[in-house]
Design a protein around this ligand. Structure first.
Ligand code: ZN
Length: 224
């Protein structure tokens, strides 16, 4: 293939959420019974981790936190608290930079440093990967495959719609309208700007549970 063809091919790959060849990737688990995974991206932050954990505890829910290595490094106690409560920690890169055109050395450092921090706070389960901005480009898929990492994306993302993101009610409604067995729900609840998402969290959980859904970690969802 010419360099141009390779680039075109890589662009197609980076756009494909379910492309399997260059590193496993999953956005929803087909055939899962009434089970869904709640995934929380970014952080952990000192400001909001405890509050989010308290909500999950109240409803008996296990979630998966895709943490940013640099933020975990600043808030190791937050990471330990997530582990203490039995949640899963995933790798969401160290710097949260786009990896378009990044060197293999940079990618390796982003992923391995974050893995080390995740282990340093006591997490022992499998570490799934979620790329920053959902994009896996050229060398990143190659590195993911080489290191046998599974990328976990999502099929429900209420905050990606500007007319929904600012409203607690609309966030809840969007999730409940679109959820299917095996869905992976993406929420950002770690920053001050995401007050609506934090406020939506209890109603999302209650709404899913009242519809008969069990909320589980990514590992549990993949195991079903
Ligand atoms: Zn992110």
């Amino acid at each position: 293939m010419s360099a141009f063809a390779v680039l075109g091919f890589a662009w197609q790959l980076s756009r494909s959420r379910e492309f399997q060849l260059l590193g496993q990737s999953v956005a929803r688990v087909e055939g899962a019974r009434k089970t869904v995974a709640l995934t929380i991206d970014d952080g952990p932050t000192a400001a909001h981790t405890e509050q989010v954990l308290a909500i999950l505890r109240q409803y008996g829910v296990r979630a998966t936190f895709f943490v940013i290595g640099s933020e975990l490094e600043r808030n190791l106690d937050g990471g330990r608290a997530i582990v203490r409560d039995g949640h899963e920690l995933g790798n969401h890169t160290y710097s949260h930079r786009r990896m378009l055109g990044s060197s293999l050395t940079f990618i390796k450092d982003e992923l391995e440093t974050t893995d080390r921090l995740i282990r340093a706070v006591g997490y022992q389960g499998p570490i799934y990967f979620r790329p920053a901005y959902g994009k896996r480009f050229i060398l990143l898929p190659y590195y993911l495959r080489m290191t046998h990492r599974t990328s976990v994306l999502w099929d429900i993302e209420p905050e990606s719609y500007p007319d929904i993101a600012g409203s607690r009610e609309r966030i809840v409604q969007h999730v409940l309208d679109h959820v299917r067995p095996g869905s992976i729900i993406l929420l950002h609840v770690m920053y001050d700007s995401r007050a609506a998402s934090r406020a939506a969290l209890p109603d999302i959980i209650k709404g899913l549970q009242s519809r008969g859904y069990e909320l589980v970690t990514i590992s549990s969802l993949l195991a079903r």
